[in-house]
Ligand binder design. Structure first.
Ligand SMILES: [Mg+2]
Length: 232
């Protein structure tokens, strides 16, 4: 068995809660736009615009705030009030200021992974936002390397591994997104460990992945045992 030289973690929804702040903002938008459309219509419009706008805005809270404004403007059809605009902007700031809730088992797991194998955090999004979150999580001290990338494609992983002179075969990525954390790494020849969350972002859902090409655990506390054979 090929030993592992570098253990990398996704951050949002792998180490701490994230998706639920977006869901809460979506519900808030439904309430604000209730005079114009029903909640189901607002949810569908925002989800579609969110995915469509990735190509313009990338990932994160600022992007989501712009997309909420765009969706509101369309749905209110020229009747959008300053009050609703303000409430949406406030919602974006609320998401940014939300305390970081680290998942159960995360700290023990990071502490018990062998110190001679460096840990890397690879997170996608906007630098200002991600640094703010990493710093407030209290987890930065566990990571030798932190990479904030604009997207998580096979090419981006290839570039990150090349930068640290790590061969994909000696690399493992742990994350909650099949699309961003697991499949691109597997495609490169790396190892990946999938830890699903209950209500994933629609963009991250992949139909019929090859379940034999990666590992799958229920929670992060099970990781040290799973990786043990590859860490000696
Ligand atoms: Mg994630």
């Amino acid at each position: 068995m090929m030993p592992i030289d570098l253990i990398a973690f996704d951050a949002d929804d792998t180490l701490w809660e994230n998706e639920q702040h977006y869901t809460a903002a979506l519900e808030k938008l439904c309430t604000l736009l209730a005079p114009f459309a029903n909640a189901e219509h607002v949810r569908k419009a925002l989800t579609e615009a969110d995915i469509h706008n990735l190509q313009y805005y990338g990932y994160g809270i600022k992007a989501y705030t712009l997309t909420m404004l765009e969706t509101a403007s369309r749905i209110a059809n020229n009747q959008l009030t300053g009050e609703i605009v303000d409430a949406i902007l406030e919602e974006g700031k609320r998401m940014f200021a939300e305390p970081i809730v680290v998942f159960e088992h995360v700290v023990e797991t990071l502490e018990c992974l062998p110190k001679y194998k460096p840990l890397m955090l690879i997170t996608r999004g906007e630098i200002f936002e991600q640094e703010h979150r990493i710093q407030r999580s209290g987890l930065a001290k566990y990571f030798t390397y932190i990479e904030i990338v604009r997207t998580k494609s096979q090419e981006i992983y290839r570039q990150v591994l090349a930068k640290y002179h790590i061969s994909p075969q000696r690399f493992v990525m742990i994350g909650n997104s099949l699309k961003s954390d697991i499949l691109p790494v597997v495609a490169l020849g790396g190892r990946a460990v999938y830890i699903p969350i209950p209500n994933p972002w629609q963009h991250d859902v992949v139909e019929n992945p090859d379940w034999n090409s990666f590992d799958h655990i229920e929670h992060i506390g099970l990781l040290p045992n799973l990786l043990q054979p590859f860490l000696d």
